[in-house]
Design a protein around this ligand. Sequence first.
Ligand SMILES: [Mg+2]
Ligand SMILES: [Zn+2]
Length: 210
Amino acid sequence: MRERTQGGSDVSGGIFLDRDGVLCENRADYVKTWSEFKWIPGALDALRMLAELELPIIMVTNQSAVNRGLTTLEDVRDIHARMAADVRQAGGRVDAIYVCPHRPDEGCGCRKPGVLLFQTAAQDLAVALERSYLIGDNLTDLEVGWALGLQVILVRTGLGTGTADRIRGDGRQVLVLPDVADAARWISAHRRPDLAAGTMRARPGRTVRV
Ligand SMILES: [Mg+2]
Ligand SMILES: [Zn+2]
């Protein structure tokens, strides 16, 4: 489900962000209301840095707590509206937010590692996925990125350290960084002018562990 979006863009790459474990602290019992929402240190700085790149910034989040009956879409939208206010105040932006409210047993196509919301976002915002970045903490995020050819960045916040252990040595393309602020710095430093023009990907095949 698409919550909101601000305008299209003629740039060809985008920055896809997971929410829980990347932007806000993960909770085993789910972030159900704004009072349970806690920014990960540096996340607002990261969004400000990413905003300077003039690429669409897109958040894609699994929120099965909705269909588990633990929270409501209204509460999720409230959380995202308050997040957006904080982000704007910090000088950043989130251009679009996509939410999967389903439980795993519902077998939807939008719950990550399903790729539907990424494909929808790519169409909505005229973004080329193979020229985009994905920042996530869970294996399911990485699987989307690998399936669709994004430059995948795994952060060690949230479930990230465990995820890094799970994929160690399996040879797939992933950049592992401490947190989303480091990911934003990396993207800022490595984004090439010709990446936006669509001729090259950033560091193909590169695996770095920090
Ligand atoms: Mg996550
Ligand atoms: Zn879904």
